[in-house]
Write a protein that binds this ligand. Structure first.
Ligand code: ATP
Ligand code: MG
Length: 214
């Protein structure tokens, strides 16, 4: 908010600013506004979870279509970072009972992390399938990886491995904690395997029938 305000103020004070500088300032304002909106939305989501008033809508939907939709929606961003980004289904995937928008939010977070925490020109593989009454989706990258001692902490609220780097790439450290809540409330889970300097694989698993109690 401070930077939005100061850029806006500078624009206001200098009516003769060159057009390209003005354009850059407006870009900052738009980007920072989007970032604030995301942070506020994440915080609201978490406080709703805490208050027990989360409004999940459980219905049958195609997990396969969600995976495809998220892949297609994030492909451009991956290409902007020159990543090779592929999608593969290793088995047919049944419909599941769950909150489609929330499940897609989990998948988007997994992919956007892979894009963010992999040097440009990396390899990101999205795979999905079904087994024993569960569906799963893994997003595997060959990015910076996570130190052993941090691996279990990445699902904690506000936890970021490299605070300087994460800030630069716009992270708040809430994405995976929200993803975990969503997976667990579906009766599923989200797990991580990582090797520092070599890459990370995050897997979400969800029971086909949804949570036992909903
Ligand atoms: P945001 O709230 O915008 O998602 P974030 O991406 O920093 O911010 P999380 O998605 O919760 O937060 O991830 C927490 C931390 O886990 C990240 O800051 C990063 O350090 C680490 N991390 C997550 N995914 C990966 C990955 N694919 N490779 C390396 N580190 C990762
Ligand atoms: Mg994230």
């Amino acid at each position: 908010i401070t930077s939005i305000r100061s850029y806006a103020e500078t624009l206001k004070d200098d009516p003769n600013m060159p057009a390209d500088t003005r354009g850059r300032f407006l870009d900052v304002i738009v980007n920072e506004s989007d970032r604030m909106t995301n942070i506020v939305q994440d915080l609201l989501t978490l406080s709703k979870f805490d208050a027990g008033s989360f409004d999940f809508t459980f219905e049958m939907f195609s997990f396969e279509k969600s995976v495809r939709d998220v892949y297609n929606a994030t492909l451009i961003e991956a290409r902007n970072h020159s990543h090779e980004f592929t999608l593969e289904f290793s088995t047919p995937v049944p419909e599941i009972r769950g909150d489609r928008a929330r499940v897609e939010q989990v998948l988007i977070n997994m992919v956007s992390n892979a894009i963010k925490y992999t040097k440009n020109g990396g390899v990101i593989r999205m795979t999905a399938g079904a087994k024993d009454g569960l569906v799963w989706c893994t997003v595997k990258d060959n990015g910076i990886g996570i130190p052993k001692e941090d691996v279990e902490k990445i699902f904690d609220r506000f936890y970021r491995v490299d605070k300087a780097r994460s800030r630069e790439s716009g992270g708040t450290g809430l994405g995976l904690s929200i993803a975990k809540e969503i997976a667990v409330r579906h009766g599923g889970n989200i797990t991580v395997q990582s090797s520092l300097g070599h890459g990370t694989a995050i897997t979400v698993t969800l029971p086909v029938g949804g949570p036992a109690d909903a």
